[in-house]
Design a protein around this ligand. Structure first.
Ligand code: AMP
Ligand code: MG
Length: 478
């Protein structure tokens, strides 16, 4: 293992050293072994609860220089300078097998100077949701932080009700949030803002250093990556839930999983976060919010770029988002090219799903198995208004037949239309069992989510939508 503490040393004025304070009777319950191998982590950490014993030792390499990072963020549109790692610690960076540095971040390890009224803990329910959700997105091809391991404990913490304290280690190329840059900009601390930019250029975006204006090139990279990430969220029906700028990664990876959800029946303005009364972070608001957040981030670049440069860079968001989203949606319907006809068919399919409240994931997947030579498809029975489907089907099958070989199209569709996504009710099964000490359900679900496009899951419970569509409401910061 090659471990460094570059952030903690190069940005030492922006962090506070904090030793992990572990919940009582902590037990290692889940390990992402393939990921641990990619990071060349010692094998002996994972047996006999060894890592827990090691983390308690203040001389252990991961505990010795653990730090809480300071950042701010726009929360529901309002600037908040008081944020930072209130229950998370950056343990250091390790080099993976392709020589990239990856952060190890411990979540739920006690209070820090940025905890405000919080107890520094994370609960089993939300930790498990993050573990499963981040792996699910990663295997769908959506950039995301990753889960390395999870621990539960016998400690009870109070949320809306008493809950079990848990802890996880997550990984990411870095934990640099939009809110890091915003904080040093808004607090007028230009020395640390400069250091932050230098650190980001050198360690994370070295390619921008050869550009005429590295700051503008960095902003451009963040805009493009964010646009692509959100396009994938929209294409796969993922709702992040709390797109505050402290939860946005400069790497354009999905980050800080809270009240997220995959939609079941297609509702374009779906909201699952019960504190989001205005629907600010509703499913169909996400692209606009991402651009709003990028605008907020761009202010931190204003000392290094002209207003024109900032505007031009931000203008790259929309075309990047649109082309990425439209291309993927065309592929999901079996077309290799996104054009006026394929887009009209995508929109027609989406509006049928929305009008008739049908399952988003199942029906996309089902399309590849339909016989295009039949004037009537069995899929008509999946819709309440069958005639609406019939007329869409006529246009769809004709255009598919005119566009190429149906079996090649179907294979392409199956490679992008998942059988399994991390649906809220699946997560709940896993949580209910884990609360009883049984992680077998979680392991089974994780296994399915590791190959979400594989037809072998079609005959399992993981392909199913919820039995009854009940209103789902999830809480933040638990
Ligand atoms: P989140 O909503 O999880 O993105 O968190 C927003 C802010 O609240 C961040 O600064 C977190 O570190 C902090 N925070 C959330 N939950 C806790 C907690 N239980 N204890 C301390 N700080 C917390
Ligand atoms: Mg957060």
């Amino acid at each position: 293992m090659k471990l460094t503490h570059l952030y903690a040393t190069e940005l030492n004025e922006t962090v506070t050293q904090v030793y992990p304070d572990l919940p009582e009777d902590l037990q290692l319950k889940l390990v992402n072994h393939p990921h641990a191998r990619e990071l060349s982590l010692p094998q002996d950490w994972w047996s006999d609860n060894t890592l827990v014993r090691l983390l308690k030792d203040t001389e252990f390499c991961l505990s010795r220089q653990a730090v809480a990072q300071k950042y701010g963020g726009y929360q529901f549109g309002h600037w908040n300078p008081l944020l930072g790692d209130g229950r998370g610690l950056l343990l250091g960076e390790v080099e993976n097998q392709t020589h990239q540095r990856i952060d190890l971040h411990l979540k739920g390890a006690g209070q820090t100077p940025y905890s405000r009224q919080g107890d520094g803990r994370a609960v089993l329910r939300s930790t498990l949701r993050e573990y499963i959700g981040s792996e699910a997105l990663f295997h769908l091809g959506i950039p995301s932080s990753r889960a390395l391991c999870l621990f539960d404990s016998t400690e009870t913490v109070l949320r809306e009700m008493p809950e079990t304290a848990a802890m996880m280690i997550r990984t990411a190329p870095s934990h640099l949030r939009f809110g890091h840059f915003e904080y040093y900009y808004h607090s007028g601390d230009s020395a640390n803002l400069t250091r932050l930019f230098e650190h980001t250029f050198i360690h994370h975006f070295p390619e921008v250093l050869s550009q005429a204006n590295p700051h503008q090139a960095l902003l451009k990279a963040i805009v493009l990556r964010t646009a692509r990430m959100v396009a994938l969220w929209q294409a796969y029906g993922f709702v992040h839930g709390v797109m505050n700028t402290d939860n946005m990664s400069v790497h354009g990876i999905t980050f800080d999983f809270g009240p997220y959800a995959f939609i079941d029946n297609f509702v374009s303005n779906a909201v699952f976060n019960h504190t989001d009364h205005q629907g600010r972070y509703a499913f169909d608001q996400q692209p606009g919010v991402a651009l709003w957040n990028l605008n907020a981030l761009a202010q931190a670049f204003s000392g290094y770029c002209s207003t024109d440069e900032l505007k031009q860079t931000l203008m790259l968001f929309e075309p990047t988002f649109m082309s990425c989203y439209q291309q993927l949606m065309a592929t999901r319907l079996g077309f290799s090219e996104s054009n006026e006809q394929s887009l009209a068919l995508v929109n027609g399919f989406l509006s049928m799903l929305a009008n008739q409240q049908r399952d988003y994931h199942k029906l996309f997947r089902k399309l590849s198995g339909q016989d295009l030579h039949q004037k009537e498809s069995a899929m008509r029975d999946d819709f309440i208004d069958r005639s609406e489907f019939d007329s869409w089907w006529q246009q769809y099958r004709h255009y598919r037949l005119a566009s190429g070989d149906p079996s090649a199209q179907s294979a392409l569709m199956d490679s992008v239309n998942p059988v399994v996504v991390a649906r809220t009710h699946h997560l709940q099964y896993a949580i209910d069992a884990a609360k009883e000490g049984d992680y077998a359900v979680t392991r089974e679900l994780l296994q399915a989510l590791q190959s979400p496009f594989d037809a072998k899951w079609l005959s399992t419970q993981w392909a199913d939508g919820p039995i009854e569509e009940t209103a789902v409401s999830l809480s933040c910061s638990s």
